[in-house]
Design a protein around this ligand. Structure first.
Ligand code: PLP
Length: 377
């Protein structure tokens, strides 16, 4: 089955004795037992709920994993992943990561005795040099947020397989529609389902997916024990969102490319970072490991004043955090998503006061260009 079809039919409906086309929302916390030492397969919704199970099977099918777990947010999923590690363990992570992941590593993982070293994972030699005898996992985001740097997943996977490490890939930006890290040798895929998977800026969710039984068993235990599981209703919203994932992403990518090209022609725009532009340093690598470039653009303008003017003047485009939804949103990573990262790290990565990030939605490209034209003027 092709991925576009899987988005709609990838999970088998188990409870279908009415013919309902849409999966029911099993809004229940607990389940009665038919008899002593008997179970319907469901006991309590933290452990499993049929609506959430349908969604988990769907995500596993899309990512080509054997098991997926649905969490109440992307950060809950990342936190659960980090719970697999023990005090003394070392992790190598990308140095341009979602700000919340950096906050988790620096303030929670560190307190728990897990040390995270950040390197530019686009450069495999930097990862190799950071390996320690205590290294247990490599955590990458590709492309990165907001600088859109690309890491060679296959190259890192060869390193993790040789050294017996776990490779985790945050696949939020491209989704399984464009990139499937497990097929390239990753062990765990992480998602903020809040973004493209849900796709409507209305629901928080997170996922972990794996194709390794040993990891699945550990993660399932952490999930049911720590309890940040996705509610039945939010699971249903995710299932509904995913039905249109392929068609949304195809259109968002098309509009993003047109906008990136238009931005490049603007005198007040100094640089445009979009992986789908042949001038992007990782254009060739992206073509090799993904089937598309997604809908995220970041761009630098002439001055801080112009950056702020755009944020204040946009009318159709929303000045808001988050990404991946049908509404086009613009953010200021320096003061929003990445505000907690030390100034010198932000600036070294190019996250400065003139950088803006655009999540391209489903509006007509001409209306988006008109809005940006007005706000640049
Ligand atoms: C938003 C995001 C997260 C965190 O997900 P939440 O659902 O907001 O908790 C993690 N990684 C990336 C790349 C994100 O964009």
């Amino acid at each position: 089955m092709k991925l576009t079809t899987k988005c709609i039919h990838g999970s088998e409906k188990k409870y279908d004795n009415t013919g309902a086309v849409s999966v029911p929302i099993f809004q229940t916390a607990t389940f009665t037992h038919p008899g002593v030492e008997q179970s319907t397969g469901y006991d309590y919704s933290r452990l499993q709920n049929p609506t959430r199970e349908h969604l988990e099977n769907l995500i596993a099918a899309l990512e080509e994993g054997t098991e997926a777990l649905a969490f109440s947010s992307g950060m809950a999923a990342t936190s659960a992943f980090m719970e697999m590690l023990s005090p003394g363990d070392h992790v190598i992570a990308s140095d341009d990561l979602y700000g919340g992941s950096v906050r988790l590593f620096e303030h929670i993982s560190r307190k728990n005795g897990v040390v995270v070293t950040h390197v530019n994972t686009s450069d495999l030699a930097q990862i190799e040099a950071a390996l320690r005898p205590t290294t247990k996992a490599i955590f990458i985001e590709t492309p990165t947020n907001p600088m859109l740097q690309v890491t060679d997943i296959l190259g890192v996977a060869q390193m993790t397989q040789k050294n017996g490490l776990i490779l985790a890939v945050d696949n939020t930006f491209l989704t399984p529609y464009f990139q499937r890290p497990l097929a390239l040798g990753a062990d765990v895929v992480i998602h903020s389902g809040t973004k493209y998977l849900g796709g409507h800026n209305d629901t928080l969710a997170g996922f972990l997916v794996t194709n390794r039984d040993d990891i699945a068993e550990k993660l399932r235990f952490i999930h049911k024990t720590t309890g940040a599981c996705l509610s039945p209703f939010d699971s249903w919203l995710m299932i509904r969102g995913i039905k249109t994932l392929a068609v949304r992403l195809r259109q968002q990518e098309k509009t993003a490319l047109a906008l990136a090209e238009w931005l490049q022609s603007q005198p007040l725009v100094k640089a445009v970072h979009y992986i789908g532009l042949p001038s992007h340093p990782s254009y060739a690598l992206s073509k090799a490991q993904t089937s598309g470039f997604g809908g995220m653009i970041s761009f630098e303008v002439e001055s801080e004043a112009i950056a702020k003017q755009i944020l204040e003047r946009v009318a159709l485009i929303g000045f808001a955090e988050s990404l991946g939804g049908v509404e086009t949103l613009i953010t200021y990573p320096y003061l929003q998503t990445h505000a907690d990262i030390p100034e010198e790290h932000r600036c070294a990565k190019g996250i400065n006061k003139t950088l803006l990030r655009l999540s391209v939605g489903l509006e007509d490209v001409n209306d988006l260009i008109a809005d940006l034209t007005n706000s640049l003027a």
